[in-house]
Ligand binder design. Structure first.
Ligand SMILES: [Zn+2]
Length: 296
């Protein structure tokens, strides 16, 4: 075994613990998966040091080795790894980050209404007030196969029109996991940035399903604003910004208000307090004057 491999194995061990399966001849090593093993010691997460990639056969997390240190290790481990990593693996990191729509993705308007799962999905959308026009405008789709089966998909595109994220929401009300996230960081993207007109007033909301009911809106994909979203708004937004989180997230909305309301954005931030625990998707995007909240 080369010295380089030995050092890399030590770095990996600091993140994943000792390997459970060792195939030195193939430079392949199996570890307990950091996401899904939960003490069962299955060794399903395989690292291949010929290709500098890793993959869990059980839950599907995967990537170039550098990403393992980014996501589960620390800066020091990553730095040491980058010093020893052979140059040939540098490109891989960029290439693989290309996100794809889930397998089996069909646009809702191209689905087959006589096929029961498609009908179920369609009825779910109708029940939430999501019309054919909205489906068309936002490229909303669904899939009945693969990792994201049984989910409505709302794709997100960056300012160059490349897919950078998608929302996958189950249409089955009894599903254990309502949402399943794609393999990328939501903090590193701005959802449907290609649709934002930075010259006009902007709404900030929580989820993608809220955003489709609000004109020129950005879903934060949660109740907190990422650094990227803050700096992009600060730099690009020319109009007012209205914060419209769920009714029960008023304290979080207030935090977002105070983060935004300074510098060039001072006095351009408005706050909406929705009644009860409703969200703007429940209200089908209807905002009454009385929802605007004055901050003193
Ligand atoms: Zn796993």
């Amino acid at each position: 075994m080369s010295e380089e491999v030995e050092v890399i194995l030590e770095l990996i061990e600091e993140v994943l613990g000792e390997p459970k399966k060792v195939y030195d001849s193939k430079l392949q090593y199996g570890y307990n998966c950091i996401e899904c093993d939960e003490g069962r010691k299955k060794g399903n997460l395989e690292v291949n040091l010929e290709k500098h990639v890793w993959h869990c056969w059980s839950c599907g997390i995967s990537g170039p080795l550098g990403k393992l240190f980014d996501e589960y290790g620390n800066k020091k481990l990553k730095k040491t790894y980058l010093l020893i990593r052979p140059d040939e693996f540098k490109v891989e990191e960029k290439k693989k980050n290309r996100l794809k729509l889930p397998s089996g993705f069909v646009k809702v308007l191209e689905a087959t209404p006589v096929y029961p799962p498609h009908k179920e999905a369609y009825n779910y959308l109708k029940s939430r007030g999501i019309t054919d026009e909205i489906c068309e405008k936002y490229d909303i789709g669904l899939t009945t196969t693969g990792d994201y089966q049984g989910r409505i998909i709302i794709p997100s595109y960056n300012k160059d029109g490349e897919l950078n994220y998608f929302i996958a929401r189950s249409w089955n009300p009894r599903a254990k996991m309502k949402y399943k996230n794609p393999p990328c960081e939501k903090d590193q993207i701005i959802f449907n940035e290609n649709r934002i007109d930075w010259e006009q007033d902007i709404f900030l909301c929580e989820g993608a399903f809220d955003s489709i009911f609000l004109p020129n809106s950005i879903p934060m994909l949660g109740k907190f604003m990422s650094d990227l979203l803050f700096s992009t708004i600060y730099e690009k937004a020319k109009g007012n910004i209205t914060i419209c989180l769920d009714g029960d997230a008023y304290k979080d909305a207030l935090k977002v208000y105070h983060i935004l309301n300074g510098g060039v954005l001072y006095n351009r931030i408005k706050l909406i307090k929705l009644p009860g625990d409703s969200d703007i998707a429940d209200l089908r995007g209807e905002i009454k004057d009385e929802y605007y909240y004055e901050i003193k």
